[in-house]
Design a protein. Structure first.
Lengths: 251, 254
């Protein structure tokens, strides 16, 4: 898949929930950022997308992980009118890919994450943990595709998506998709969309927390742990602070 | 009863849930230094009284007034009632995954202190306080490092609830069926905890309970029977004993 020359439409699966008007403003986008993880090598990558509110952002990634190599990605996607991040990952034998992502949208933002993880060879493992929070008229979407190639036995792939809607006008989309051409594999996926627990909010208020702080605490808890295993302490602190500031502003 | 000096004064309180009237003209007054028990059959409106006083959304006041320390309680938001010194002990304490007791209670206490114009407690000061109250209630300090009520047994939740009360140090505690789900040993500990935290000349307790047994450990000065959404009988501790002996129907009819 090379970058689309023409502007995508809703008929393009990976764009069905997107903000095409915002995308049109920066079209055409450049080639995807490429990353090759050498066999046996362990790499980490972090991306904090906090563009100014009027901007449109599209960040595509094409990643190959060699045999026995591994890549851990942390993503906080929360900026821009359109904040779209995509990962197209191909795993060789015994490779490992994990993605921990928080998508936070407010106002009229469209925040979306698209992953395609291809287990091209046997014994590779992958995991995506995605948490989304949408307030106002925002849309948060996760389109996650897992492909297991013919012969890629002992694949172990897991995907978990949970979304929280703060207002009746907010939207969360989940589109898990599994395409499996091998018979000895484990592929787990789960998706849920919910609202903040009102009983818990009242319980917190009854102990003296004001509604905005109670809500922010529950949302921090909802995405807690996603960034805990970031090796770079300073980077982790930057992610936590950015997420906290965004959540506080939702109140 | 005098209007002046009542810590809590409820006059002709009416409230409804989902459009259904539950409290139908309830009046009650508590003074500082007193422990009152409210007993009543299932469906009498006991929990509705607790939630209405706590300001829970969905419990709509349709008439009457409540003053707390001379202020209009019903005009305050739930967190403002807490900062004013009201503590609501839940019959079913709520689980909050991902937020530790320590973080939750420190934020809650410091929010209350801020609202009252007091300095926040430091992490060290807070931990010292939490450790002291946990020891008082026989709750392992390790439990307070875990998420709020998550994975706690029924008895542990009630102890934790009383630890929260000890830390927040309210003027008035409204305890909704705090005795339910407790075995005898836990009942003794919780009873002793309530006495240690709340038996003071400037504090008051409203114990809402179905059974007399907690009253063996926390002896009330006054006992009221709630039935059909109002107080139908008031008396001293002997009223609770009569209820235990003769049942609600007999005592209410007498």
């Amino acid at each position: 898949m090379s970058a689309l020359a023409r502007l995508p439409t809703r008929r393009d699966e990976a764009w069905r929930y997107s903000d095409l008007d915002a995308a049109a403003r920066i079209w055409p986008v450049g080639e995807p950022e490429r990353l090759v993880v050498a066999p046996g090598e362990s790499r980490a990558m972090s991306l904090l997308q906090d563009a100014a509110s009027g901007e449109a952002v599209i960040r595509d990634h094409r990643i190959e992980i060699g045999a026995g190599g591994s890549l851990a990605v942390h993503l906080l996607d929360m900026g821009g009118m359109l904040g779209r991040v995509t990962f197209d990952v191909t795993l060789a034998r015994g490779a490992h890919f994990e993605l921990k992502a928080a998508l936070i949208g407010a106002g009229a933002q469209t925040i979306e994450l698209v992953t395609t993880v291809t287990h091209a060879e046997p014994e590779a493992t992958s995991e995506q943990i995605v948490r989304a929070i949408a307030a106002g008229q925002a849309t948060t979407s996760y389109l996650g595709q897992i492909k297991v190639a013919r012969g890629a036995q002992k694949t172990d792939a897991a995907q978990s998506f949970k979304a929280m809607l703060l207002d009746r006008t907010a939207t969360a989309n989940a589109k898990p998709e599994l395409e499996i051409f091998a018979d000895d594999v484990k592929c787990a996926h789960g998706a849920s969309v919910g609202e903040l627990d009102r009983t818990a909010l009242f319980y917190m208020a009854s102990r003296g927390l004001d509604p905005a702080r109670a809500r922010a605490l529950m949302l921090e808890a909802f995405i807690a742990g996603l960034f805990d295993d970031m090796a770079d302490e300073a980077e982790r602190a930057r992610f936590d602070a950015a997420a906290r500031a965004k959540l506080e502003a939702l109140g | 009863m005098e209007d002046q000096g009542n810590m809590l004064r409820i006059d002709d309180l009416r409230s409804e849930v989902d459009g259904k009237p539950i409290l139908k003209g309830l009046s009650l007054a508590l003074n500082a230094g007193e422990v009152h028990a409210i007993m009543g059959p299932n469906g009498a409106g006991k929990s509705t009284l607790a939630y209405t006083l706590g300001g829970r959304p969905g419990y709509e006041v349709t008439g009457g007034s409540v003053s707390f320390d001379g202020r209009d309680l019903l005009a305050m938001a739930p967190h403002e009632r807490a900062a004013a010194g009201l503590f609501l002990g839940f019959q079913y304490p709520v689980e909050i995954p991902g937020i530790s007791n320590v973080q939750f209670l420190r934020e809650a206490l410091n929010s209350q202190r801020k609202a009252r114009g007091q300095e926040p407690l430091s992490a060290a000061e807070f931990l010292r306080l939490a450790r002291e109250k946990a020891a008082l209630l026989g709750l392992d300090m390790e439990m307070l490092k875990r998420p709020v009520n998550v994975g706690f047994s029924g008895g542990e939740k009630k102890r934790a609830e009383m630890v929260q009360m000890g830390i927040l140090d309210p003027k008035l505690a409204i305890l909704d069926e705090t005795d339910s789900g407790l075995d005898i040993d836990a009942l003794k500990t919780v009873g002793a905890g309530i006495n240690a935290i709340m038996r003071a000349p400037d504090k008051a307790v409203l114990l809402i309970t179905h059974y007399q047994r907690l009253l063996d450990y926390v002896q009330p000065d006054f006992v009221h029977i709630l039935a059909g959404g109002r107080i139908v009988k008031s008396g001293g501790p002997e009223l609770a004993l009569a209820l235990e002996r003769e049942g609600y129907a007999e005592v209410i009819a007498a």
